[in-house]
Design a protein around this ligand. Structure first.
Ligand SMILES: [Zn+2]
Ligand SMILES: [Zn+2]
Length: 200
């Protein structure tokens, strides 16, 4: 998904770009790649993006819904979720990001650090948007989609908020069946906890 800078007119550029299962699979990992996020894509998505030229770069607003499946962390059952991903990025051309007075020695890199800190301090006009550097000519949306999807992924999924999970003793799925493990005598040290009344 490449956008050339000259495609962005005065009025901006609106895009509806398909995000294929291949790209989504690369991000989420699995058998083919080294890392596995525990999620897999069930359908392709569509990236709705808006690009506008602003002073110092390009403002990119994007959103898509990732259709994902995973394993419930409690009962190991199947979980399907539609994860909304939305982001605003300020794309800065390499030449501007480096700064004209950048020198490739120790002193120079210290100056650069100070400059970056100054920008995040408040004088920077696009402070709400994260910065992303591009070569000034072509914007590749694929790595942006990858990164934003990873940022949006939950740590883990549950099939429902009140999922009872598997019994740690006999392994039965407590959403589907009851086992007798609960009937075992309560540890006397924990018995007082049984008398605590929950306020609902
Ligand atoms: Zn579950
Ligand atoms: Zn049990």
């Amino acid at each position: 998904m490449l956008v050339k800078i000259e495609q962005i007119k005065e009025t901006g550029l609106q895009l509806n770009e398909p995000i294929g299962l291949g790209l989504l699979g690369d991000v989420l990992g699995g058998a083919a790649s080294g890392e596995d996020t525990g999620f897999r894509a069930t359908k392709p998505s569509t990236l709705k993006a808006s690009l506008r030229k602003v002073s110092g770069g390009v403002l990119l607003e994007g959103q898509f819904t990732a259709h994902l499946a995973s394993e419930c962390k409690r009962c190991l059952g199947n979980v399907e979720l539609n994860l909304p991903v939305s982001f605003t990025l300020n794309l800065v051309p390499e030449s501007l990001a480096k700064g004209e007075d950048f020198q490739d020695d120790d002193e120079g890199s210290m100056e650069k650090k100070e400059r970056v800190q100054g920008e995040s301090g408040g004088s920077f006009s696009m402070e709400d948007a994260d910065e992303e550097v591009f070569d000034g000519k072509t914007i590749d949306l694929d790595p942006i989609v990858r990164e934003q999807l990873l940022l949006a992924l939950p740590m883990s999924a549950v099939c429902r908020e009140d999922c009872q999970g598997l019994c740690p003793q006999c392994g039965i799925n407590r959403n589907e069946a009851k086992c007798n493990c609960e009937l075992k005598p309560v540890d006397p040290r924990l018995a007082p906890l049984k008398n605590i009344k929950l306020s609902n």
